[in-house]
Design a protein around this ligand. Structure first.
Ligand SMILES: Nc1nc2c(ncn2[C@@H]2O[C@H](COP(=O)(O)OP(=O)(O)O)[C@@H](O)[C@H]2O)c(=O)[nH]1
Ligand SMILES: [Mg+2]
Ligand SMILES: [Zn+2]
Length: 308
């Protein structure tokens, strides 16, 4: 019996990295179940597994998935109650955004961040393409950096064209499993190629565009980096998968709103129009950014619609 790390999963076949750094093709044996979770795939990238190596076939059989510290999911299909585990044991997530070409809306950032909070994955923000920014865009960038760093999210300025900012990122990603997400066109593939030129991934894959919105079963890949560390790149995932959030707890995932909500008069305050709401007070006094409050309201409204 050997211990290994799953670096690729296609639903039935797996690539497992063993302690010696060799990649072993594996299949699974027996049933694996995640407690109270119906999943279409029992094993995902990032999983630590036990497997048995078979010399005759030069391949392995996974017999056990070790306990996960976290995992992210998405619905197997729109109608299905089953979920697909996208990845497990993620140390940190990076959302790559750009101010222009394309513009990343604040609400998209906030949806990503609250999902990361719900999954208990520490999140960071990478702002790419700074070489393109004039005065207006730079001001916008500085505004967002100040907003999100105050809340506790680390922000990284990056230009992949002029190769600035990558050393700090490497340092941050060293010895860890990192997930990278972001809208199409922000530069995720370009970053992976710079961090590991041997990958030689295609940028701006046209096929990715028509995949968007549809539910295709794509499996993310975990790439080993030369500076030690893994990056999970997930072409089929624009944001961060899905979690079912209770509408009463959405604000728990806005750390600065949650902190202040303890001073609301009602313990079940939703911070809409309840009397003596500390959150609304804080928004009026600019202690909570109105953009964040607006994201909160929109996300809450979306959740409400689901129940109507
Ligand atoms: N000006 C500029 N362009 C960039 C930068 N990073 C990536 N790009 C370009 O943005 C486009 C999309 O990059 P890609 O890596 O495919 O984005 P992805 O969809 O997030 O994987 C490509 O044409 C890249 O050359 C950058 O820092 N500055
Ligand atoms: Mg790409
Ligand atoms: Zn309140």
């Amino acid at each position: 019996m050997e211990k290994g790390l799953v670096i690729k999963s296609t639903g039935s076949r797996y690539k497992v990295l063993n302690k010696k750094g060799e990649v072993i093709g594996c299949t699974i044996k027996g049933k694996f179940r995640v407690k109270e979770l119906r999943t279409t795939n029992p094993v995902a990238v990032g999983d630590n597994v036990l497997f048995e190596f078979e010399r005759s076939t030069n391949s392995g059989i996974i017999t056990e998935v070790l306990e996960r510290k976290n995992y992210i999911l998405r619905k197997a299909s729109n109608l299905s109650k089953e979920s697909q585990i996208i990845a497990a044991n993620i140390d940190q997530a990076f959302l790559m955004i750009t101010i222009i070409l394309p513009e990343t809306p604040v609400e998209f950032i906030d949806r990503f961040l609250i999902t990361a909070e719900a999954y208990r994955v520490p999140a960071n923000i990478i702002i790419n393409k700074v070489d393109l920014y004039g005065k207006k865009e730079t001001e916008r960038m500085e505004y967002l950096i100040s907003l999100y760093s105050k809340i506790g999210y680390e922000c990284f300025r990056l230009s992949l064209i002029s190769n600035s900012g990558t050393d700090i990122l490497k340092e941050k990603m060293k010895d860890r499993i990192s997930l990278i997400a972001g809208n199409s066109g922000v530069g995720k593939t370009t970053l992976l190629n710079i961090l590991n030129p041997a990958l030689n991934l295609k940028t701006e894959e046209v096929s990715d565009y028509h995949k968007q919105g549809k539910h295709v079963t794509t499996f993310p890949e975990m790439h080993k980096m030369p500076f030690e560390g893994f990056i999970i790149d997930s072409p089929g995932i624009r944001g961060f998968g899905v979690v079912d959030m209770n509408r009463n707890e959405i604000y728990h995932f806005f750390p600065e709103i949650f902190r202040i909500s303890k001073n609301c008069r009602f313990y079940n305050c939703l911070h809409l129009d309840e009397p003596d709401c500390a959150v609304r007070n804080a928004v009026e006094n600019k202690l909570i950014d109105p953009l964040r409050y607006k994201s909160y309201l929109n996300i809450l409204e979306d959740e409400n619609r689901k129940y109507r």
